[in-house]
Write a protein that binds this ligand. Structure first.
Ligand code: GLV
Length: 428
């Protein structure tokens, strides 16, 4: 690939495809590419690096992993139709989300307790997201203070400003919710995404069998422990986090994943609170899988939805998130901003979700594996490779930009929704 392609001047994003060339060239300079980014290989390498508990938590799914399996299968039933002799010389992966110009319609999904995978936790991940100008979404179950994540996200960003959203797991303690959101606003998070599908973890066999819940073992509660309202709750409960880290971690996570359902009215309350604190910034709902819930989100005035089944970690035997996306787009695609999450492993998966009507796509396990394998350098390699894969896909597939893909069902040939059950070892 010619790095001096004159059409590079017309791009608003770097020529990500050149990352392929950089890696092809490396051996001439006595170097090797960091690691193989084939998703199956990433998973295998991460498993080698992680402790048993780290591996179980990263890979665990609800029940028999049937939802996870179906998430993957649903991508196979759609095939991309390549187009030829399209002028993709002037292609661009750029995208806009909530008035932010970003490198691609791809974001870092909110994933908690990154300290399980790397001792620096969320910080290297937020740094790479800022550097690549991809939106970063911090989980309430994150293991670093909100403020530190904000600083990390700006550190390598062009113009010193990363694009970041805050994912809320809503406590039943309203003062605590307010405090978390206030901190997020003060730390430059410009949208809030309320997760609806997880206020208690799904039944995950491996984690239960090994008591694998980091917070109960004194790890990962930093986001809560750095909160002034939660510090007050610790004092009220007579818990000293310095000497009782397990009890402090338990009080925190039991406030967040409390097992007590919320209502639509309460979600509206959270949206109003976020709007009041942030000066009207976007508020979206994550975890929508049914047309009925999507319609309700429109009716109640939410700014967006993330069609997600939490990567198959909550309800076993559930519908594929990609199949839900298709139906939801048909019902409300012109009424609300629709994002996609669950089971994304490659640029072609991103393409398929966009073609089905998502306007933005989150990836999770891919960068978790990169973080586990090689820390910050691992996240960077995985995400730069994904961007290169996407840029190259546009080029060889004949799609000049993201606008040519979104809701372009003609770009896909789609088979029936007919998934034979596969064993858990189902190849990625
Ligand atoms: C939390 O979000 C989890 O899936 O463990």
């Amino acid at each position: 690939m010619d790095p001096n392609n004159p059409n590079r001047e017309s791009r608003s994003t770097p020529q990500y495809a050149l990352y392929q060339r950089e890696n092809f060239w490396k051996s001439n300079d006595g170097q090797v590419p960091p690691f193989n980014t084939d998703p199956g290989e990433l998973e295998r390498l991460a498993q080698q690096k992680l402790t048993q508990n780290g591996w179980f938590y990263a890979s665990s799914n609800a029940g028999q992993s049937h939802t996870h399996t179906t998430n993957r299968q649903s991508f196979y039933r759609h095939r991309i139709i390549p187009r030829m002799l399209v002028d993709t010389n002037t292609r661009d992966t750029a995208h806009t989300i909530w008035s932010h110009s970003v490198s691609a319609p791809i974001g870092f999904a909110p994933v908690g307790i990154n300290k399980i995978y790397n001792e620096a936790g969320e910080l290297p991940v937020a740094r790479v997201a800022g550097e690549l100008n991809l939106p970063y979404c911090l989980s309430t179950a994150g293991s670093q203070p909100i403020e530190d994540v904000g600083v990390a996200n700006d550190a390598l960003a062009k113009d010193g400003k990363g694009v970041r959203f805050f994912q809320l797991y809503m406590p039943h303690d309203d003062a605590l919710t307010r405090s978390l959101l206030q901190r997020a606003v003060a730390s430059g998070f410009t949208a809030c995404i309320l997760t609806l599908d997880t206020w208690q973890l799904g039944w995950r066999h491996d984690d239960v069998a090994t008591s694998n819940y980091a917070f109960y073992h004194g790890k990962g509660a930093d986001l809560g422990l750095s909160d002034p309202v939660f510090q007050q709750r610790l004092r009220e409960a007579g818990i000293d986090p310095a000497t009782q880290p397990n009890e402090a971690g338990a009080l925190w996570i039991d406030s967040v994943w409390h097992g007590r359902a919320h209502t639509w009215e309460k979600a509206v309350w959270a949206m109003r609170l976020w709007k009041e604190l942030s000066g009207g910034k976007p508020f979206a709902l994550k975890g929508i899988q049914s047309v009925g819930d999507a319609r309700k989100a429109v009716e109640m005035g939410f700014d967006g939805i993330v069609v997600s089944n939490h990567a198959g970690r909550q309800v076993d035997g559930a519908v594929a998130s990609l199949d839900a996306l298709e139906k939801i787009v048909d019902a409300v695609g012109d009424k609300i901003y629709i994002m996609y999450d669950s089971g994304v492993r490659s640029a072609s998966d991103v393409f398929k979700a966009l073609a089905l009507g998502a306007q933005f796509v989150f990836v999770g396990r891919l960068w978790i594996w990169g973080l586990s394998i090689m820390g910050e350098a691992g996240v960077r390699h995985v995400m730069k490779s994904l961007l290169a894969d996407f840029d190259i896909l546009l080029n060889v597939g004949g799609y000049r930009n993201v606008g040519k893909i979104i809701r372009n069902r003609a770009a896909l040939e789609s088979g029936p929704r007919d998934y034979p059950l596969q064993p858990r070892t189902f190849k990625l």
